[in-house]
Structures are given as structure tokens and as C-alpha cells.
Design a protein around this ligand. Structure first.
Ligand SMILES: NC(=O)c1ccc[n+]([C@@H]2O[C@H](COP(=O)([O-])OP(=O)(O)OC[C@H]3O[C@@H](n4cnc5c(N)ncnc54)[C@H](O)[C@@H]3O)[C@@H](O)[C@H]2O)c1
Length: 218
């Protein structure tokens, strides 16, 4: 039996690579995205694939489909993008998680949440270990992302405890690579974009650690 796998945020940087991998493993892939930061060209090569389907949809609205697995990646990852409409960012994480967990509960699908190292806030512990609960701020300019992801994790674990939903939560740390949005704005991709353009590379702050304005984290 071919598995039906849904990838929300599938037209984004990580989601499009995940779609590639799932198709290579033989799965049927339903890619769901509202193209907020995702780009058509990230999935253009998949459009004619017989096991690939694309649905333009915002995860803050309920979705009724039959699937075996859900990868919930929908959410802008770069500060430039998630601060553009912070209320929508929180809605995407929280209401998106509720909608995906509701779908997983109904279909008995396994569901993975793309969480973030930002759940640790501005941590005092390096490197961060899972037993560390973080040093967090609910009212800052980045809180729409950080707190949205924290609340999504809470929902995932409560659906597991309350409804036995099969969950996975992956706390992703900064990731870079092909298909990343060129205006991502984070330090390493800024270096790469400037280097590719033959421009001087901007050194942020004192060069010892990123300044707040350098938007170094996701
Ligand atoms: N890239 C990283 O370094 C990193 C680090 C930590 C966590 N993550 C998480 O991984 C996931 C993917 O990140 P990415 O780097 O590929 O970012 P990305 O911005 O390239 O991809 C996010 C995708 O979600 C889509 N999206 C946003 N809001 C949506 C909504 N309401 N409904 C439907 N689709 C929506 C966007 O259009 C985009 O295609 C995100 O959840 C992000 O928080 C990424």
C-alpha cells in the first residue's frame, strides 16, 4: 500500500526537499501551501509527477483530506518574514497545529511538527539539551514565532496524552541550502548571497556574536 503523506509548507525551502525525499521513497505526496514564503519554482519539477499533488490552502483554515502521515512545516521561518504579519504568524503555528492535530485524530495519521530551537528563547545553556526548558519572552518582537511554536508543541503533547495521537516534534536549528528564500535575511544566508553577488560580506556587531538586528536565528 502506498502511504498518503501530506506536507504543509511543502513549497518552502525544507518542505520542498521533504516532498522530493518522500516521492523518492515511494509515497503519495499532498503538498499544501499558501505561497506566503514558498515559491512555485521550488516544486515546479514535481508538478508532473504522478504521485504528487499540490493544494493551495492556508493551514489556519480546516482541511478535510484522507492521509496516513502529516508533516506540519507551514510557517515562515525567517524573522523578516514572520515579523511581517506577526498575528498571522501566531495563528499559523497555533491554529495550524490545532487543524493538523484534528485531522490526525480523525484519520489516525501520524503527525510531525516542525518546531525550532527558538523554543529555548535566549538560552543560558549551550548547546541546548531537551531537558532544558528555555529562557523565554512572551512579549518581544520575535514572540509571535517563538511562543507560537511553543504553544504548538504543547498542543502536540496534549493531543498525544489526551487522544493518543501519534506525534513527532523536531526542534530544527538554523538550516541553510538550495531553494532557501534569497531574502531570508539570516546571517549565514546573507553571507552566501553577498558572496555570490561579489559584494563585501557584512560583519554584524563586533563579529563575536550576532547583533539583534542581524536576525540570525529562526
Ligand atoms: N530553515 C530553518 O533554519 C528552520 C529552523 C527551525 C525551524 N524551521 C521550521 O521548519 C519549517 C519550514 O521552514 P523553512 O525554512 O522551509 O521556511 P519557508 O518559509 O521556506 O517555508 C515555510 C512554508 O510554509 C508556507 N506557509 C506559511 N504560512 C502558511 C499558512 N498559513 N498556510 C499554508 N502554508 C503556509 C510558506 O508559504 C512556505 O512555503 C517552518 O515551520 C520553520 O519554522 C526552519
Amino acid at each position: 500500500m502506498t502511504r498518503k503523506v501530506m506536507v504543509t509548507g511543502g513549497a518552502g525551502f525544507l518542505g520542498s526537499h521533504l516532498c522530493d525525499a518522500l516521492l523518492a521513497w515511494g509515497d503519495d505526496v499532498l503538498c499544501v501551501d499558501n505561497f506566503f514564503t514558498g515559491q512555485r519554482r521550488n516544486i515546479a519539477h514535481l508538478m508532473s509527477h504522478e504521485r504528487f499533488e499540490f493544494l493551495r490552502h492556508d493551514v489556519t483554515f480546516p482541511l478535510y483530506v484522507e492521509v496516513d502521515q502529516i508533516y506540519n512545516l507551514a510557517c515562515p521561518a525567517s524573522p523578516v518574514h514572520y515579523q511581517f504579519d506577526p498575528v498571522q504568524t501566531t495563528k499559523t503555528s497555533v491554529i495550524g497545529a490545532i487543524n493538523m492535530l484534528g485531522l490526525a485524530k480523525r484519520t489516525k495519521a501520524k503527525v510531525l511538527q516542525a518546531s525550532t530551537s527558538e523554543v529555548y528563547g535566549d538560552p543560558e545553556v549551550h548547546p541546548q539539551v531537551e531537558s532544558y526548558w528555555g529562557r523565554v519572552n512572551p512579549i518581544g518582537q520575535r514572540s509571535c514565532y517563538d511562543e507560537g511554536k511553543r504553544c504548538a508543541e504543547t498542543l502536540f503533547f496534549d493531543y498525544h496524552r489526551q487522544h493518543r495521537t501519534r506525534i513527532k516534534v523536531a526542534r530544527i536549528f538554523n538550516t541553510y541550502g538550495p531553494r532557501m528564500h534569497p531574502n531570508d535575511g539570516r546571517v549565514v544566508s546573507n553571507f552566501i548571497v553577498q558572496a555570490l553577488a561579489g559584494e563585501p560580506i557584512t560583519l554584524y556587531g563586533e563579529g563575536a556574536r550576532p547583533a539583534a538586528s542581524a536576525t540570525s536565528t529562526t
